[in-house]
Design a protein around this ligand. Sequence first.
Ligand SMILES: Nc1ncnc2c1ncn2[C@@H]1O[C@H](COP(=O)(O)OP(=O)(O)OP(=O)(O)O)[C@@H](O)[C@H]1O
Length: 290
Amino acid sequence: MLELQIQKRLEGAQGKFELDLQLQLNASESLALFGQSGVGKTSILRMLAGLVAPDHGRIVFDGEVWFDSDHKINLATPSRSIGMVFQNYALFPHLNVRENIAFAAGSKSTSWVNQLLELSDLSNLQTQAVQYLSGGQKQRVALARALARRPKLLLLDEPLSALDQHIRLQMQDHLQMMHRELGMSMIIVSHDIAEVFKLSQKVILIEAGKVARRGSPHQVFLQQKNQGKLHLQAQVLAIRIEEVVCVVSLLIGQEIIEIIASQEDIKGLIVGDQIAISTKAFSPQITRLR
Ligand SMILES: Nc1ncnc2c1ncn2[C@@H]1O[C@H](COP(=O)(O)OP(=O)(O)OP(=O)(O)O)[C@@H](O)[C@H]1O
């Protein structure tokens, strides 16, 4: 079990702000840190990893004190049972797939490296130079390497954001499977709500270093004031006047839709605006796409 309570003064683009966080995570649980750019998500992972020290606080994992400002304890990164995966795979370019994983595994057995290669569907690529792998394959190597020392806590900082949507979905399934098989605790930073729903049981929504909401993905993302209504965030791409109505083209995620609005509805609206569209009476029709 992870118990964390930390404070750190950060220097953001908008000035200084205090990161102040308290969290608990059970064994095998998966937590997502969600929030806008610059709110302190990566800093939290870096403090957990021992790459940067909090100003105050305490981090305890399975009864082992990793950090305690009062008692001047700050365990070095290799002494913490963590694995890390970042957006830019950070593989060793001069080593092949197997060597990248085996290097991290250190004295751990050959059969464990074989098992990781198997689980990662990389057995056939084990002698391949990593520079020739696709993005998804590189990220599978990075994940296998992070797991090679059997960490009790896996830290993932937007590990899938450099991948295209198709590979990203495959990697989410892969991560889910690895988490199920190996049972470590996991903390993932992600900007993708669908990813958070799929990969985490708990979410902490962070705003300017503080917890704005916490709970299950359902509690954090759905039980807000617009609960039960259609409520989508969109960007205005174009506004066209057609006789008495206006046609507004909107970007929602990667989809473009057109809605009809009155001149009154769009008063003051300009191209590029971020807007919310919502409706009270909404009877959705569901069509399966894949
Ligand atoms: N050691 C540090 N001391 C002071 N400020 C720092 C330190 N490390 C990072 N910061 C600042 O803290 C702010 C938050 O950075 P952080 O990378 O944690 O945010 P983030 O939420 O992960 O953002 P993004 O989603 O863009 O990665 C940034 O403005 C950064 O410059």
